[in-house]
Ligand binder design. Sequence first.
Ligand SMILES: Cc1ncc(C[n+]2csc(CCOP(=O)(O)OP(=O)(O)O)c2C)c(N)n1
Ligand SMILES: [Mg+2]
Length: 531
Amino acid sequence: MTEAPAQVFAANLLANLVSALEIGHIYLAPGSRSQALAVAAEQLASAAKVKLHVRIDERSMAFSALGTAMATQTPVALICTSGTAVANLHPAVLEAHHAGVPLILLTADRPEELRGVGANQTTDQVGIFGSAVSVVFDVEAPTDGVDEAERARDLAGAVMSAMHESPGPVQLNLAFREPLSSSQPDASSVVATVGSVESAEPEIEWAILDASVPTVVIAAAGAGEEAVELAESFGWPLFAEPSSAARFGLNAIVSYRRLLQQKHELASQIKRVIVFGKPTLSRQVNALFFDESIETIVVKSKSHGHFDVARRATQFVDEITVDDEVDFEWLAHWRLADHENEFQFGDNLDRANLVREVYAASNQNDCIVLGASRLIREADSVAPAKPIAVFANRGLAGIDGTIATAAGIAIANHDYFIDHGVDSVGVTRALMGDITALHDVGSLAIDKNDGELNLQVIVGNDGGGTIFETLEIANTIDDQSFDRLFRTRQTIDFWHLAEAYGWQYIRVERLEQLAPALQARGRVLIEVLLY
Ligand SMILES: Cc1ncc(C[n+]2csc(CCOP(=O)(O)OP(=O)(O)O)c2C)c(N)n1
Ligand SMILES: [Mg+2]
């Protein structure tokens, strides 16, 4: 059996990438030009060296890959064919770029001789993602007479170095010429030789701060536990967004939005904010950065880029310490105010109770995914401080790809428990608005080979994009135009959608139906009527 150069190259590339970057998951959408990569990926999956997930829609595939990479915190590889297939990766690539999520895009292409001459399914794929990828490798087609195994190993090594240097996605634009594949060599028998990258000790910039200045710590998307540690070490109140991975512990002030909005006297005493991650959810927090009487210090984000919306930050640092005794009185006042301003939940099926029940149902083994728009803001106002995994696409805060992202997270969660021999696989609860769900409805198509996922798509159905009611224009145009241009009121039947895609469907019309619905297992679409 002859070995096609394309297959030698694909087998060596994937085997080395998987081994060197500890890739656990490969996503694939079918196509002809990318067939050598598909064959190699399946060989690795059959040998249990990687998990392979197949999707028909590249946009959906890319958001699921994003979700899996976020949840596993390791790079995920994606394979697609040439042409518009590549462009369909773009939304997830942008989000991955702005949120520092490692994706390896393997985009198949025509060889040089077929570019620019009108050949089918051929466009300019190099540069298509602009600055959203840190590097593009434009790789010539494998040919006879060249050591393709060596060329693939060199490329895998270069990819590893590039990913080491900057977070986020990289693109390998891989030309292939006929024959496009062969059954040999088998990627699972390739001995991977690409070693690890030596990392230089990073230089750490410190800030040494005056301990007596009334300070609050703001933890937003991309923050992490360091924000909690800092707040707890120096007695500072912690304002943590839901997807900050820092909304827990005794310093978390969950009513911070209300306290800022009411202009509580403590709020007027703030003289310094320390920011972790990328805050995007509230006007009240944003206003602190523009307040001339408040100093902003930014802890450099490893994932979410350079944050300084008001261009007033005085320092960008890695670590913070203080020069004196810490005064815990400041924190005590905030905790008291937090207690006194606890949110009063009603007895209706409203957004606040929806958020409350989703958090109450979710524990250590579970994940919560929050779509953009009103429900994540509601969570920011009322969700408890609880150490559970909460995800949201806040890199660019798009409403797109939310179901797919949640599916990718559920896949990572499922595999984690299976691999660790834990019986009870957690549930991924994805809470989103109706328009957000409809935007990504095609992502309800999940390959059965991905296993018995516990994934709840919880749709807070309020008949359109009601966040736009808060815009000035909602008061200046007539209701009919507002509904058509902004709210996009819809009457699509979620029961039929669930049926069509083979999901369970639960309709929640009263508050007491919600908690039992959230205990359902498997793939469940829960429609919660909010109007
Ligand atoms: C891809 C994308 N397109 C458009 C928007 C603008 N946008 C923000 S919220 C929203 C409507 C969301 O409606 P829904 O999911 O029902 O949530 P609700 O506002 O009702 O809570 C839109 C269109 C966006 N953020 N991302
Ligand atoms: Mg809505």
